[in-house]
Design a protein around this ligand. Structure first.
Ligand code: G4F
Length: 292
């Protein structure tokens, strides 16, 4: 008998590819999951302008493949499979209302935003057409020390660490006036799970309800290491986007009311957490450089 506490028996990785409908289908029918979280994406907004077709293949058509696999598996086995779709605040783009809520009209400003909007509506369509327990989390920017290094918060905190350790001189950024509602990924993932524990599926804005600029985030991150960002940050037009989302501010009151969700980590705490992690990383980098 397998020990259910053994991670080896509780966690398996199955190889798959979002472009391959047959493999997605066979994985879903083979494992017969209770819950499916579709976080698969080409998730970088700037890259989506350079790779629009690939972005749509994964972020839009990929969702159609997973949803259809869930529908077929559910029809075949009779078992309910709950589905989470990672919708994005990027769908609000040129915002039609401040703050944005679940009923705010969408106006995406990038191939990424357009692809996510397709998936958002397709998820709602599967819920309405086939009674699938499918919910969309309209998540605002969520960050942590695990964030990819080409997203602006991590790019900044990586630079802070490296500048502090003397292995980087400058940080080049694009639009520092962009405003975002940044939260901690750990808090936001809890909201995803809570959504699927509800009796009825629905769509929820997940945000902190506070908006700060890229410049403000720089200020917080550099000062957490005792530095003044103005001494190190320069603007490089390469990082501007063909169309920008100037501001995003979410109203998470539906999630709070329905399942008591509240973010616990402030943007100041988040910046400090990421800087501490990246100071440590840069220290190790520097030590390695000094040895070899
Ligand atoms: O960190 P970002 O690249 O995130 P963005 O574009 O807001 O998208 C992220 O959040 C979305 C949720 O709203 C997700 F759906 C999406 O997958 C992703 O996780 O850029 C944030 C802001 C932008 O306005 C950008 O123009 O920072 C500005 N920015 C300024 N300089 C920069 C830079 N962004 C990046 N990546 N690199 C820069 O040098």
């Amino acid at each position: 008998m397998k020990d259910p506490r053994d991670p080896e028996t509780r966690f398996f990785l199955h190889h798959g590819d979002m472009t391959d409908a047959s493999c997605i289908s066979s994985i879903v029918s083979k494992i017969s999951p209770d819950e499916v979280y579709n976080l698969a994406a080409q998730s970088h907004v700037k890259i989506s302008f350079d790779q629009p077709v690939y972005t749509c293949e994964i972020d839009a058509i990929g969702t159609a493949k997973i949803l259809n696999a869930v529908k077929c598996a559910q029809e075949y086995s009779g078992k309910t499979i709950r589905f989470y779709q990672a919708s994005s605040s990027e769908m609000f783009g040129k915002v039609q209302e401040v703050p944005q809520k679940e009923t705010t009209p969408f106006w995406p400003r990038s191939p990424y935003g357009c692809a996510k909007l397709f998936s958002h509506w397709l998820t709602i369509n599967y819920r309405e057409s086939y009674g699938i327990h499918a919910s969309c989390g309209i998540l605002y920017n969520h960050e942590s020390p695990r964030r990819g290094e080409t997203f602006v918060t991590r790019k900044i905190t990586r630079a802070v660490g490296r500048i502090k350790m003397g292995i980087q001189k400058k940080l080049y950024l694009g639009n520092m006036d962009a405003l975002r509602d940044w939260g901690f990924a750990g808090d936001f993932v809890e909201a995803m799970w809570l959504m699927l524990q509800q009796d009825e599926p629905s769509d929820y804005v997940i945000a902190t309800g506070r908006m700060v600029s890229v410049r403000d985030f720089c200020e917080m991150a550099f000062s957490a290491a005792g530095l003044d960002y103005r001494d190190f940050v320069e603007i490089d037009p390469r990082y501007f986007r063909p169309a920008e989302v100037d501001q995003l501010l979410g109203d998470p009151s539906k999630a709070k009311k329905k399942f008591g969700w509240d973010p616990k980590v402030s943007v100041e705490q988040l910046a400090k957490m990421m800087v501490e992690h990246d100071l440590d990383l840069a220290y190790r980098e520097k030590t390695l450089q000094d040895i070899v």
